[in-house]
Ligand binder design. Structure first.
Ligand code: 13P
Ligand code: ZN
Ligand code: NA
Length: 280
């Protein structure tokens, strides 16, 4: 069934595991993630960035996810990832997204609070939960801008959640979007302190490129949603490239099938690292 992230993340807090938030782009990626979740008997969050919404359409994405989620044995949520403007967020709310993120992390603290609060009012009016971000998280953002990370301050995080009313919070503890150059260094002490001060579920962005040990340690220290994007794209592209180089295949159903199998393998691995297998 299609559900909001509220119930998924509440159950994760209760069971002390994380729900995977996996970026999807089109029909095949949506199907791949849901099938992997079904095979693992795990809840899952499908998420699309504003760029994906521009390319594929919020209504189209929501229609496909709604249909697949309704038929699915596991609970599935549809989430807007890194929403940055009110128009896109409203479009997703109207289309039937069951969760939205407002990312005001590159604004000043006060401005981030004011704008996030407004989005929370809009989304809560239609029963949809909101993920906020206090950082920013570093790495390359869509549009090719490199963002310098600012680690989340535990006291600011507590104030931010209290004033804005967000339902979950993305924190900056050393992860970056995209892959890592060298070993990632995550500040687990900071995560622990944020977890102790903040009452809502915490979200780890930038999980592509992290080892199993680091993801598991993040979950053990309070992370309840783990976002993966880049690795899904990389593994899908690799699989498609292999088919096209090794054969004269021209049928998109065939090379997309290869992509789908590759995505299912990444998702199965991350669901296990999140501890969400058999939690559906
Ligand atoms: P990665 O691309 O590093 O997996 O990050 C995904 C993410 O944070 C989506 O919001
Ligand atoms: Zn992110
Ligand atoms: Na990453």
């Amino acid at each position: 069934p299609l559900v909001t992230t509220t119930s998924l993340l509440a159950a994760a807090c209760e069971g002390k595991y994380a729900v995977l938030g996996c970026n999807v782009y089109n029909l095949e990626t949506i199907r791949a993630v849901i099938e992997a979740a079904e095979e693992a008997n795990a809840p899952v969050i499908l998420q699309t960035t504003p760029a994906t919404v521009r390319i594929a359409g919020a209504e189209e994405l929501a229609a496909v996810v709604r249909e697949s989620a309704t038929k699915s044995r596991v609970p599935v949520a549809l989430h807007l990832d890194h929403g940055k403007d009110e128009a896109t967020i409203l479009q997703c709310l109207r289309a039937g997204y069951t969760s939205v993120m407002y990312d005001g992390s590159r604004l000043t603290f006060e401005e981030n609070i004011a704008r996030t609060r407004r989005i929370v009012e809009l989304a809560h009016a239609v029963g949809v939960p909101v993920e906020g971000e206090l950082g920013p998280i570093g790495g390359r953002e869509e549009g090719g801008i490199d963002v310098h990370p600012i680690y989340t301050d535990p006291d600011e995080a507590a104030r931010f959640v209290k004033i804005t009313g967000v339902d979950s919070l993305a924190v900056a503890i050393g992860t970056v979007h995209g892959l890592y150059q060298g070993e990632p260094h995550l500040d687990f002490d900071r995560l622990r302190r944020i977890y102790e001060r903040v009452s809502v579920p915490l979200v780890l962005h930038g999980a592509s490129g992290l080892s199993e040990a680091l993801v598991r340690r993040a979950v053990a220290n309070g992370i309840r949603k783990v976002n993966v994007g880049t690795e899904v794209k990389l593994r899908a592209a690799e699989a498609i490239r292999k088919v096209l180089v090794d054969s004269n295949e021209v049928d998109p159903r065939r090379f997309m099938e290869a992509a789908k199998e590759a995505i299912k393998a990444v998702v199965a691995e991350k669901l296990a690292w999140c501890g969400s297998v058999n939690r559906a």
